[in-house]
Design a binder for this molecule. Structure first.
Ligand code: UDX
Ligand code: UDX
Ligand code: ADP
Length: 454
């Protein structure tokens, strides 16, 4: 079958950019992204896109109206689809069995029911969302139970894009992973999906596996990445006690080609919608199969991440003479990483909340995430101020929580001049030069390095 009509359910951080790049690279295929959320769909139709992602608008503009469409008409679009990508959110369950750890598959299940109901031909259904292993089986069961006469072939095609670099990750992926059944219809569907990606990805980068390997690989990739961050963060705590310097240690280990250089930046902890959720998922699956030692091993990655965030706040309090009550503390950065407006699971949320609990007067600045911060900090007495110089005026302490380039380039002399003294700076991302700031007059507290205090 030659694919002519692609539909994607879910116009979020994954579905939106992924479909935009498929449409850009495959002008001969119509790509329609559908979502229940009318505001989101409307925003995708304007130049004020619902998510901030560098270069995204350029790609959207190439294809939108040509072969890229955004719509709330789920029924009509499923009826004409050859392939349906499912890219809806799969949050951690907040209720019932598995609350706090298992994935909530409610939205996925609803999609499967819509597909079964509205399909007008045999279809390939692609899992794009990150899902627990063997979700494809549940999808197949829902799709094939009940009234439909059509055949639905379920594939797993996890997305590995990182926010902030989504467009480049999609245009030049390290690999594309496609998992399917090992029977004839499964292999045929895999070949159809490979054909789509072949429009811009070279064959040696397209990896095909069985369904379960593909589903599991997505969880494992994120677990390994998160584990690297927790590993380096655990060592940062030790560095602060021993006069070792985490940047030097990182560099020294990264030159071992078996270890590699990426993902070794010590930080206030990892955030984002994927890492914690996927590890908790992995832990839940392991426990389900009675693999308690394996579950405990991965659980520790999340425990270490929580520890790193609390440790950061504890350090601020201990340094500021054991109280931050009524002191002004400015958080520079609220997004979970630079170059995104996304704040899901951002360490800044926990840190700001803990500082508010300690009765600090907290000011938050961020170039892209203040709208989201307003929502996350609803009901808390926190001031949001986009201009970093204004936000730092009269502050007792500044803490850097997101590694925005703009925060590397600030005039810290000017900031220091307008702060209360003694002036403290806690660099949760190691983006400033501690010696330079010390010379300006600050007491400087980087992550995983000796403090420079007077
Ligand atoms: C190790 C370090 O590699 C080396 O840099 C250090 O100086 C000394 O310790 P060594 O113990 O000689 O070297 O061997 P290495 O190749 O690292 O293997 C260690 C163990 O890990 C072996 O038992 C090996 O079989 C096992 N291993 C290694 C695996 O089980 N899987 C792997 O993928 C790699
Ligand atoms: C991640 C995966 O990288 C991506 O492949 C997957 O598809 C989705 O999850 P994302 O969450 O967008 O992507 O961002 P990523 O760059 O992986 O960063 C995750 C978190 O780890 C951020 O909070 C980041 O600040 C933190 N991090 C990353 C560190 O603290 N140190 C590092 O060295 C790298
Ligand atoms: P991700 O980061 O995985 O892309 P998002 O939350 O950004 O997650 O996006 C998921 C999108 O899926 C949301 O816009 C949501 O409205 C949409 N969605 C969830 N369930 C359904 C459904 N049953 N039908 C259509 N859209 C849905």
């Amino acid at each position: 079958m030659s694919i002519k009509e692609i539909v994607c359910i879910g116009a979020g951080y994954v579905g939106g950019p992924t479909m935009s790049v498929i449409a850009e690279k495959c002008p001969h295929i119509n790509v329609t992204v559908v979502d229940l959320n009318e505001d989101r769909i409307k925003a995708w139709q304007t130049d004020d896109l619902p998510i901030y992602e560098p270069e995204l608008l350029d790609v959207v503009k190439v294809a939108r109206g040509r072969n890229l469409f955004f719509s709330t008409e789920i029924e009509k679009n499923i009826a004409k689809a050859d392939v349906v990508f499912v890219s809806v959110n799969t949050p951690t369950k907040t209720f019932g069995k598995g609350a706090g750890v298992a994935a909530n598959l409610e939205f996925i299940g609803k999609c499967a029911r819509s597909i079964r109901k509205y399909a007008k031909r045999d279809l390939i259904v692609v899992e794009k969302s990150t899902l627990p292993v063997r979700t494809a089986e549940a999808l197949e069961k829902i799709l094939h139970s009940g009234e439909s006469d059509y055949h639905f072939e379920v594939l797993s095609n996890p997305e590995f894009l990182a926010e902030g670099t989504a467009i480049n990750d999609l245009q030049n992926p390290d690999r594309v992973l496609i998992g399917g059944r090992e029977n004839e219809t499964g292999q045929k569907a895999i070949a159809d999906l490979v054909e789509i990606y072949s429009n811009w990805v070279s064959p040696e980068k397209i990896l095909t596996t069985n369904t379960w390997s593909s589903e599991l690989s997505k969880l494992v990739a994120n677990a390994f990445l998160a584990q690297r961050v927790s590993s380096i963060n655990s060592i940062s705590a030790l560095c602060e006690k021993t006069e070792a310097d985490i940047t030097e240690v990182s560099k020294a280990i990264s030159m071992d080609s078996r270890i590699g250089a990426k993902f070794l930046n010590a930080s206030v902890g990892f955030g984002g919608s994927c890492f914690k959720k996927d590890i908790l998922n992995l832990v839940y699956i392991c426990r389900h199969y009675g693999l308690n030692e394996v579950a405990d091993y991965w659980d520790q990655v999340v425990i270490m991440n929580d520890y790193q965030q609390t440790r950061f706040v504890d350090k601020i309090i201990a340094t500021m003479f054991n109280t931050v009550s009524d002191k002004k503390i400015t958080a520079l950065g609220f997004a979970f990483k630079a170059n995104t407006g996304d704040t899901r699971e951002s360490p800044a949320i926990i840190i700001v909340k803990q500082l508010v609990e300690e009765r600090a007067r907290v000011y938050v600045s961020d170039p892209k995430a203040l709208k989201q911060a307003k929502h996350d900090l609803d009901g808390l007495d926190v001031v949001l101020e986009e201009d970093p110089y204004e936000a730092c005026k009269g502050a007792d302490a500044v803490c850097i929580l997101t590694e925005w380039q703009a925060y590397k380039d600030l005039d810290y002399k000017k900031i220091y001049a307008n702060m209360n003294k003694p002036a403290f700076i806690f660099d949760g991302r190691n983006i400033i030069n501690p010696q330079e700031l010390y010379e300006i007059g600050f007491n400087v507290y980087p992550i995983g390095k000796a403090a420079l205090e007077r």
